[in-house]
Structure formats: C-alpha cells, structure tokens
Write a protein that binds this ligand. Structure first.
Ligand SMILES: Cc1ncc(COP(=O)(O)O)c(C=O)c1O
Length: 489
C-alpha cells in the first residue's frame, strides 16, 4: 500500500517538474522592432475577426504572445516587439515572465494553491493566517492593521464602501445598539431605515470602478455610466492645476481652496437633505480621469475635513499603489498626520482588497463576503513581488528612471510647446497632455509604430505606466521615439 502511494506521489512530482521546466525567460531585446506594416498586423486582425464573432472585441488593440514577451518588452502575434510603458493598464509590476514569478509555480505546493481555489471566508488553507500577517507587516499602511482581500479594484472599493456604511451606522446606534425589527424588515424592500439614505462624497473626474456602487463614485467618462441607474451622492470638483506648478503656485492654491470649500458645502447640504455623507472617496492621483494631481496640502486639508465631520477617508490606491510613484503608497507623499482609514488596492499587487483600521471590521459575519474573498495563488505572487521590490531596490530604480523620463519630457515640452504641455507626475507615474484629443491619439498610434506602447487617459493625456523594472535605458528609448514622433507631427 505504502509503495503504491509512494509511486503515485513520485509520478505527480515528476509530471509537475516536467511541467515547470517549460518556463523560460528570454533576455530583453536591446530595442523595439516592428515588422508588420501596421499595428494591428494581419494575424491580430484575423484573431480579432474571430473573437468579434463571439463577443464585442472592438477595443482589442492587438493580440499578444505572452509566452515570448519578456521584461519591459511585449511581443504581439505578428512578431512586433514593443517597449511596453502601459503594462496592462498599470497592472504588471515586474515586467513579463519575470523569472522569480515563474519560479513561484516551480513548486508543487504552490501549483496546488493555484488549482485548489478555496472559499477563503469559510475554509482557508493552513498557511493563510501567516501569509496575511506577512503582507500586513511588509506593506500594510502604518496604523491600518486589518486587511480584507477581494478580487479586483472595483470589488475592493465596492466592499470597502460597505465597511464605511457599517461603521457609520454602528457609531450612530452606539456600540450596544442592535438592529430593530423595522430596520430588518425595511432593508428587505430597499427602504430606510434598514437601507438608510447615506452617501459617499467623490470627485468629478474620478474613477473607482464599474460595479454599481463604485460606479456611483466614478465620473471620468459618460460611456462608463450611461443607462445605469445611480445614486444621488455628492460630487465635488477636484483641483485642476495649471502647469508648470512653480509658475502657477498662487492660482493652484486658490484652486485647492475652492475645491475644499465645495467639499464642506456639499457635506453640509447633504446632511440637510437627509442624505448624510458617511465618507470621502478619493484617488491620490486621478488616473483614468487624466492624471490629475492635487497638492499634499489639499490632501492634508481633505483629511482635516473628514475628521471635522467624523466621516471616513478612503484612498483608492488601485492604480497608484505598489511603488510606481517612488513610494509604495502614493499617499505617503502627502505627509498626512495619520493614515487614511481605508486604502484600497489591486492591479500591480495582483490581489484586490483593502487595508483598514479595526473600527471598520463588521461585528457580524457575512456582511462583507463573497465566495472566493481573494485568491491564495495571487498572494503567493504578491509575496514574491514584494521580495523582488526590496532585494532589487526597485523603488530607488523607479525614482531614477522616472527622473530621466520626466526631465526628458520637460525638455520635449519646451521644444514642442505648440504640441505638448503639462508634464507631471511622481516616479514613473508620469503624464503629458496634448493640444487636442486627436493629436494625443495620433501620437500614441505613431509611437506604437516606432515600437513604444503607451496609453491614454482623460481627454488628451498620454500616461506612462511602465513596470517597476523600467530603467534609465528604457526611458531614453521612449524619449528618442517620442522626439521622432513630435518632430514629424
Ligand atoms: C483608481 C482605480 N480604482 C478602481 C479601478 C477599478 O479596478 P478594476 O478594473 O480592477 O475593477 C481602477 C481601474 O482602472 C482604478 O484605476
């Protein structure tokens, strides 16, 4: 019996090791190379036609050969090799096929975590508490000693909003307060007092996701929202700065003041109309909305307002978190006297979720819950990503390559001021704006033909979202290709 079991085990291990031998990482090419006459090339077009027969695939730019993409370079199915400074909408932290991440699944136990996906809220694996403790210790924002894991950015925000409402109502009822019969009955009919008329304040231009609650706080493009019923929640203006910042200090300060005054006005107005604001939801840099920045002072004052009205502050770090701004969390640039109560994450961290204070933990079970509550295989990746960030000093790397890219962009802005303006950003989380939306789109298209894959955001902004492994040499290639495009435009 023992021998037979041993044999089965041995075969499984051999099969697993045969499987993992398949993993390879190609060296990065020296520079991009484009072989098809246009992008998408013929093979991409063919695949797009096929996919379009089964689902709406209009947004597909091109199809990718993920097996042979490597580091900062993506290879499409037509053999075009592009320097990727968009990285799957800012969600690949270490570039393609990083050997250390491939190595994670060169381990039979980890492969088992991949295929035996648990309902984490009910049946977590034996290693789960230690893994969660490790993540909290390594990257948990100071003072936020609880974590709720989820799947994506939208569901991180969606569920964090529920925690805000739960905590608000608990304060209102008092610690000993219980749900009333009327509350339990009315919530089943979507009516107050059980489903109370509470609200969250968000900002024009923000993007917090596409599920119904998150969408009520998203205001970047109408196409995300149209035809969907939504909630009467307050929306304040986010600062709209003039660049360069050094030359526009006074007017930008005025802009901060105006927006902050509006935040307070809205909180008071919604209190009066019996739809009190339970929390403020904000991105440290409005990303999808056009890389709109606000000063540390703006965020400090915003936090003061949240404390004054005893409401929560949620910082949505889904796009900014993970080191791309030169700090692990972007809000660390703001010198806040205390951390925001909730920090949501996803994208580069692979796992979705949020860090929060104990106060936001529901007393009752199953109020913030779903089947999977995250994914253990993603936490394995996240652990290794954090190790690599530390060992390879990638935050320092981001600062160095970001400096090269930003100073090059500022120089191009000087030379081509009739085309580009408003270079801005932190670390490699950088952006430039163009005179018109059409010009921005043309430049992105031409850059791609020269082998640089960048993305757009807002109306007329080009955003850079490279991996944390982006180096000065990559920044120089981007600048060289962008210079060519601007020269020809
Ligand atoms: C700031 C921010 N919040 C939330 C989301 C939604 O994340 P997901 O697309 O994973 O649902 C995004 C996505 O781009 C984002 O940038």
């Amino acid at each position: 019996m023992h021998v037979a079991l041993g044999l089965i085990k041995f075969r499984a291990v051999t099969r697993a090791s045969r499987y993992v031998k398949y993993f390879t990482t190609l060296p990065e090419p020296k520079e991009p190379s484009i072989s098809s006459a246009s992008i998408p090339g013929p093979k991409s077009l063919e695949l797009k036609k096929k996919l379009n027969g089964m689902q709406l695939a209009e947004m597909v730019n091109f199809f990718v050969d993920y097996e042979s993409s490597t580091g900062n370079y993506l290879r499409d199915v037509d053999g075009n090799v592009m320097l990727d400074v968009y990285m799957q909408i800012s969600s690949i932290p270490l570039g393609y096929n990083h050997p250390r991440l491939l190595e994670v699944f060169n381990n039979a136990n980890n492969v088992k975590a991949l295929i035996n996906r648990p309902a984490l809220g009910f049946f977590p694996g034996k290693d789960w508490p230690v893994r969660i403790e490790n993540i909290l210790k390594q990257i948990g924002p100071k003072g936020l000693n609880n974590i709720t894991t989820m799947m994506c950015g939208s569901c991180a925000n969606e569920n964090a909003y529920k925690n805000i409402f739960i905590s608000y109502m608990r304060k209102k009822r008092g610690e000993e307060g219980n749900f009333t019969e009327e509350e339990m009955d009315s919530c089943m009919k979507n009516r107050p007092p059980g489903a109370p008329n509470l609200s969250l304040l968000s900002f024009h231009g923000s993007f917090h996701g596409r599920t119904m609650g998150a969408l009520a706080t998203t205001h970047s493009k109408y196409i995300h929202k149209i035809d969907f019923p939504s909630l009467d929640w307050p929306i304040a203006c986010f600062p709209n700065y003039k660049y360069p910042l050094e030359e526009n200090e006074r007017s930008n300060k005025e802009e901060d003041k105006k927006c902050l005054a509006q935040v307070e006005e809205l909180i008071e107005a919604y209190e009066k109309k019996d739809r009190p604001v339970a929390g403020i939801v904000v991105e440290p840099i409005q990303s999808e909305g056009g890389d709109n920045h606000a000063s540390p002072e703006f965020f400090q004052q915003l936090q003061c307002i949240s404390k004054k009205y005893d409401i929560s502050l949620l910082m949505d770090e889904v796009q900014t978190g993970g080191g791309c701004t030169g700090k692990f969390w972007c809000y660390e640039h703001f010198d806040l006297p205390s951390p925001p109560e909730i920090v949501t994450f996803s994208k580069k961290l692979q796992l979705g979720g949020y860090f929060h204070t104990l106060e936001f933990r529901p007393r009752e079970t199953l109020r913030v819950f779903n089947t999977w509550m995250g994914d253990p295989s993603k936490i394995l990746l996240l652990e290794e990503i954090i190790n690599v960030i530390k060992e390879d000093k990638l935050l320092e790397q981001v600062k160095k390559s970001g400096k090269v890219l930003k100073s090059g962009l500022l120089q191009l802005e000087k030379e081509y001021s009739h085309l580009v303006n408003s270079t801005r950003g932190r670390g490699t989380f950088l952006a430039i704006s163009f005179e018109t939306p059409e010009l921005r789109d043309t430049v992105i298209g031409k850059l791609r033909k020269l082998g640089v894959h960048a993305g757009g955001c807002g109306k007329q902004t080009l955003r850079f979202r490279p991996a944390l492994t982006f180096e000065e040499k990559h920044a120089n290639i981007v600048l060289d290709r962008l210079r060519k495009v601007l020269y020809e435009t």
